[in-house]
Design a protein around this ligand. Structure first.
Ligand code: SAM
Ligand code: SF4
Length: 420
């Protein structure tokens, strides 16, 4: 049997695409293996920041050594390092046999209408609903690498979700760079609320999540749908990027901080107990200490459940890299980064400690270092011990220990059906 290996870094989109690729290879008779034993290796790359790009370049280097020892290995590169100048990529990485765009299939596989789905999916799976991004935030490379927005029709997504549920999945996370744009390019112009309403009727589907929302596009209709639909989890990922209007303008985000605050108030008002997460970039060109403090203020006052914070990294080809000098020194960027991390650690300590002694419901996704783990509807990671096979079960766990990053507890009982 031929063997394949897929190496992946980056966002959930990359992870979902690697999974789909792996399923396709298995349909074709390949079995998974480590890189040293594989006949076919795919690197799924990310270049959203220089640090990710460096890891990809290191991996490509390691592959050069491997190809010298085993030249018969087929090496393919996908993900956001692949741009439209494949001729230049070929020159730069002559040891790579094939390049294909993120979300595509490798060129030697015929395009197929058959959905490549796992035979035994994880209890919680990803499904892409919209590819690409039309937003062109000034710092971001994604629209240049993933192209314009393309939504998948509702019947196609529903068919895939139904099949995944038939095969054992219980939770689905709908993916897109901007899920709020979903449907604008489809004939009847359905939106995300319409899609969620349709999927909410699928028997056996216990939970739905979706990533990532854009503050300028999130509608009241969607917020009301999240509040109304029982399968939709009380969890929203809403990247703000900065607490300063001037920086948001330079970032070309299309909203002001006051609009963002208003959105948060609306969401919390309509969806009680909602968990909110956001993304922040610190050290954007010209970000002053005062502007950074505005971000800190927004975080202190909003108290997000999770914050993904990154130091600004200029990306060749973007507007920001062309027009703004990367003028915040690295030590200053690092200091701002660690300030946000420390602040957030305190906030998460406080939020999670409120769950001490409470019973939460989780979907068990797997086992790591002898402990089962799963997530609550609000995306809290929970660990517990059990000798039973709890994989894919809905479990009620009484929390006896909390930390900023996860919770621990003891199982009270298990449910196999949908959550109540
Ligand atoms: N579409 C989502 C949004 O609107 O925020 C997120 C997609 S983006 C690929 C993921 C995160 O990476 C962004 O939210 C941003 O915080 C971060 N990011 C993107 N470009 C960056 C850059 N040049 N430097 C630092 N962080 C960056
Ligand atoms: Fe990048 Fe902005 Fe699109 Fe998100 S919305 S992928 S940050 S361009």
């Amino acid at each position: 049997m031929p063997k394949y290996h897929i190496w992946t870094i980056g966002c959930q989109m990359n992870k979902a695409e690697s999974e789909r690729l792996g399923n396709r290879f298995e349909e074709l008779g390949y079995e998974t293996a480590n890189a040293a034993e594989a006949d076919l290796i795919v690197l799924n790359s990310c270049v959203v920041r220089q640090s990710a790009e460096n890891r990809v370049l290191n991996k490509l280097n390691a592959m050069k050594a491997l190809k010298e020892v085993r030249p018969e290995v087929v090496l393919a590169l996908t993900g956001c390092l692949v741009n439209s100048r494949v001729d230049l990529l070929k020159k730069r990485f002559p040891h790579v046999d094939h390049f294909f765009k993120p979300g595509d299939y490798p060129p030697w596989l015929e395009k197929t209408d058959i959905l490549s789905l796992p035979i035994h999916p994880s209890p919680a799976v990803y499904v892409t609903i919209i590819q690409g991004c039309d937003n062109f935030c000034s710092y971001c490379i994604v629209p240049y690498r993933r192209g314009r927005e393309r939504s998948r029709p509702i019947p196609e997504i529903a068919c895939e979700v139904r099949e995944l549920v038939n095969r054992g999945a219980k939770e689905v996370t709908l993916l897109g760079q901007n899920v709020d744009s979903y449907g604008h390019d489809l004939p009847d112009r359905p939106d995300l609320a319409d899609l969620l309403t349709e999927l909410n009727d699928i028997d056996g589907l216990a939970r739905m999540r979706f990533l990532t929302n854009h503050p300028k596009d999130m509608s009241l209709k969607l917020i009301e749908a999240i509040a109304r639909l029982d399968r939709v989890c009380e969890q929203i990922s809403l990247p703000v990027q900065s607490g300063s209007d001037d920086i948001l303008k330079l970032m070309k985000r299309g909203y002001k901080v006051e609009q963002y605050r208003h959105l948060i108030t609306q969401i919390r008002d309509k969806i009680p107990g909602v968990a909110l997460s956001t993304d922040i970039i610190v050290g954007f060109p010209s970000e002053s200490a005062g502007q950074f403090q505005q971000t800190v203020n927004l975080l202190s006052e909003t108290k997000f459940d999770t914050v993904h914070v990154a130091a600004y990294s200029p990306r060749t080809g973007t507007l920001a890299a062309r027009e703004f000098e990367d003028n915040i020194p690295l030590p200053e960027k690092k200091e701002r980064l660690s300030k946000v991390e420390q602040l957030q650690e305190g906030i998460q300590t406080e939020i999670n400690s409120r769950l001490l002694g409470e019973t939460v419901e989780i979907l068990v996704e797997g086992k790591v270092r002898g402990k089962w783990y799963g997530r609550t509807r609000t995306d809290k990671l929970v660990f517990f011990g059990s000798d039973d096979n709890c994989h894919g079960q809905m479990m009620r766990i009484r929390i006896d220990k909390t930390s900023p990053w996860s919770l621990q507890g003891k199982a009270e009982s298990s449910q196999t059906n949908q959550e109540e």
